[in-house]
Write a protein that binds this ligand. Structure first.
Ligand code: P61
Length: 471
């Protein structure tokens, strides 16, 4: 098939530069703060960037979740909200968009990704079950554990090695998975939990070839595959760029093919779909859908709104089609790479290759003098904020939490500080400022002594834990 991609202006003139496929119509001021102010605010926040007020942040790279700028078409959609309790027309637009771009038969709206994780986990997982997946995600694993299951990481080893340049570090290790199936029995594996671009590994993609091999293995053992499609459109960009046979296919075509090898998906629409709230759960099996439909009314809302307002479903339906456009995805990922390449040129340790949604600083090598229980990635997020008001997020030992059986800290191989780039929000100049902040903190790294945890909540502790500076 001929590639339908339209060349950028730069490409048309023989240059390799790219630019965003939009211009800015409305702006929101952001505020510079003084070092003294930041020292006070981060201390008050217990050195946890989740506990800062956003008005005390200059450039907010805490997350790309729910932080996108909506388009004029999406805002127009907000005005077309049909706020009926049941059967809102916006729900039907959403259902149609999910069917068209993802290809699943039955669609349930939910308020956001973890709402869908809750429903699917509660429906399919029984105590004693094992759920294999390509690296854990915090909320996904917690819902699997709360349902009585045990998550088992079967991602390839390369994913745990930040400088390793494997192009598809999100791949499942088929041998590891088969060994697990033989050990625990296929009947104790309710489904494979497969994520498109693996968040905790650095936004790393899964290849189509790997999914096909996974499908074959699952067919042999009769195991279903459910996809965390949260950043799947971004995953498709890497397939288009690197995998043989996909250069001439559009992101939308690759997405449909990828989903066709899976049995269902859950989605946090706050990422790929360019909305501030929302999500869905979609499956092909009618019997499973009926069970999910019955649970959604208990936890989210009626099956035609699932916790979302009609206007939000409309913006989401429009965002689904905008989120799979080739020029959009290209500029989104190239912006992330722009920042990553500056840091690579300065020899600052980051996860490579640069992934889809964020730059992940390798805090273990950044602060090689700090042991993991002095929370190097948490420390780095606090230091970056102190330097310049840039907000990032810990993705290491604090995020990994405690083992539910032993109660001990889990010590993940990756100790990372994530700078996630919201979609269509910041400019290249913001990326330059961020890179300089990282360089300044890197230069001062030897003086940093780490943090001590002084408050630890039971679930998803990284959101609300508090720390003190070690002096
Ligand atoms: C994020 F610190 N992600 O990356 P919900 N699957 C995947 C996600 O990335 C995801 C969800 C499911 C967030 C928000 C967040 O430990 C954290 O719509 C691959 O947020 O419920 C969310 O979707 C859940 C930040 C979530 C965290 C959990 O920033």
């Amino acid at each position: 098939m001929k590639r339908k991609k339209i060349k950028t202006m730069g490409e048309q003139f023989g240059r390799r530069s790219w630019a965003e496929p939009w211009k800015i119509k409305m702006v929101e001021p952001i505020k510079l703060t003084s070092r003294e102010e930041r020292e006070r605010t981060i201390k008050e926040a217990g050195y946890n960037t989740f506990l800062l007020r956003s008005e005390d942040v200059y450039i907010d790279l805490l997350t790309d979740s729910g932080t996108s700028a909506m388009s004029d078409r999406q805002w127009a959609g907000i005005m077309l909200g049909d706020e009926a309790y049941a059967g809102s027309r916006n729900f039907y637009h959403l259902e149609e968009a999910v069917r068209k771009y993802y290809g699943y038969k039955y669609v349930l709206p939910v308020h956001q990704g973890r709402g869908a994780e809750h429903l699917i986990s509660k429906t399919l997982i029984k105590p004693g079950h094992y759920i294999p997946g390509n690296m854990y995600f915090t909320t996904t694993r917690l819902h699997q554990e709360l349902a009585g299951g045990t998550f088992v990481d079967v991602i390839i080893d390369e994913a745990h090695d930040p400088p390793n340049l494997h192009p598809f570090k999100g791949n499942i290790d088929i041998n590891k998975l088969e060994a697990l199936i033989k050990r625990v029995g296929a009947e104790n594996i309710p489904f494979i939990s497969l994520a498109g671009t693996v968040n905790m590994a650095g936004g790393q993609p899964v290849s189509m070839a790997n999914l096909k091999a996974l499908r074959e293995l699952c067919n042999v053992y009769g195991i279903s595959i459910n996809l965390d499609a949260t950043r799947m459109a971004e995953n498709c960009f890497f397939i288009q760029e690197c995998e043989q046979g996909y250069q001439d296919k559009t992101i939308a075509e690759i997405l449909r093919e990828f989903c066709s090898y899976t049995d269902g998906a859950w989605m946090s629409s706050k990422k790929d779909h360019l909305v501030n709230i929302g999500g869905w759960l979609a499956v092909n099996d009618k019997e499973l859908f009926d069970k999910l439909c019955n649970l959604v009314v208990v936890y989210e809302g009626l099956h035609t709104y699932g916790g979302m307002a009609g206007r939000d479903m409309e913006a989401l339906a429009i965002g689904i089609s905008e989120g799979v456009q080739d020029d959009h995805i290209r500029s989104r990922i190239e912006q992330v790479r722009y920042l990553g390449n500056i840091l690579i040129n300065w020899n600052i340790p980051i996860v490579r290759p640069v992934g889809g949604h964020a730059i992940f600083l390798d805090a273990k090598s950044f602060y090689s003098h700090l042991p993991q229980d002095k929370f190097p990635a948490q420390t780095l997020a606090a230091e970056l904020y102190l330097d310049s008001g840039v907000r990032s997020m810990e993705r290491g030992i604090v995020s990994a939490g405690r083992d539910p059986e032993t109660g001990n800290h889990r010590y993940p191989a990756l100790e990372l500080t994530r700078l996630a780039i919201p979609r269509r929000v910041y400019t290249q100049a913001h990326m330059d400022v961020v890179s300089e902040a990282i360089r300044a903190v890197y230069k001062a790294r030897k003086e940093t002594k780490g943090l001590k945890m002084i408050y630890e909540p039971k679930y998803l502790r990284f959101f609300q834990a508090r720390f003190e500076k070690i002096t």
